[in-house]
Design a protein around this ligand. Structure first.
Ligand SMILES: C[S@@+](CC[C@H](N)C(=O)[O-])C[C@H]1O[C@@H](n2cnc3c(N)ncnc32)[C@H](O)[C@@H]1O
Length: 228
């Protein structure tokens, strides 16, 4: 497996102030439902969620709307959102409380570090990566999350039969994702995909405002689903 320890991060960490409401939610709920990737030695879902259930990891939950919706739609599944953007995590904490989502926990930090160090092989039911930062400039392509070393790592953390679901509105990145995942020996493209490999948006992925705009502007959204 390519060395994931010397890779370039897929994000740029910015110190962002929380709004008053976000700060309130953070102070009240973060100690209970949040945590730092750096402090997780070994991910133990039973201890984290207080039950035994399939665990789906989402990398880059952003502002959290889709995450909260997916957690509400699948109460039988435990959802772990990993994000570096604190206002987004704080907002997701608010959504979590509003909807009473017992099956949702949040981690702050680099999901690649989490997968690499702390997630045992074969643990996860699924991994979601929706609209990862596209890094459109050629000289920034090396920052893209979906690269061979990362995909090999992610695939190894899935249980046999577990899935990796990716979505992007950047055609160039979609092609890269398809090429990299097709080449990963552990993964197979989901049979429901069309001949080009794209899948119609599954109901499990909520339609976001951002995506509605992309559609209006004529940009195709590409969904890719792979199974280990
Ligand atoms: C373009 S946003 C998309 C957010 C959300 N999935 C959506 O569809 O609106 C990508 C997010 O991924 C986060 N991110 C990028 N690399 C990450 C990493 N290695 N670990 C955790 N989060 C990451 C960024 O902070 C950013 O919020």
């Amino acid at each position: 497996m390519p060395d994931t320890h010397h890779r370039i991060p897929s994000f740029v960490h910015q110190r962002n102030r929380l709004s008053e409401g976000q700060q309130h939610a953070w102070d009240r709920w973060w100690p209970e439902y949040g945590g730092d990737v750096a402090e997780v030695e070994r991910l133990e879902p039973e201890a984290l969620f207080g039950r035994t259930a399939p665990v789906v990891l989402e990398i880059g939950s952003g502002m959290g709307d889709a995450t909260a919706e997916m957690a509400a739609a699948a109460p039988e599944v435990d959802h772990l959102a990993v994000e570096v953007y604190e206002p987004g995590l704080a907002r997701l904490l608010m959504l979590r409380q509003e909807a009473g989502l017992e099956n949702l926990r949040l981690l702050r930090g680099d999901a690649v570090d989490l997968l690499d160090r702390a997630v045992p092989e074969g643990l996860l039911e699924g991994i979601r990566i929706f609209f990862p930062d596209p890094w459109p400039k050629r000289r920034h392509h090396k920052r893209r999350l979906v690269q061979p070393g990362f995909v090999a790592l992610a695939a190894s953390r899935l249980r046999p039969g577990g899935w990796l679901h990716l979505a992007t509105d950047w055609e160039h990145y979609a092609l890269q994702m398809r090429e990299v995942c097709d080449a990963c020996p552990l993964l197979h493209r989901a049979p429901a995909a069309g001949p080009e490999g794209w899948l119609p948006r599954p109901d499990s992925r909520p339609l976001t405002k951002f995506e509605q705009r992309a559609e209006r502007e004529g940009r195709a959204i590409r969904d890719l689903l792979y199974v280990r």
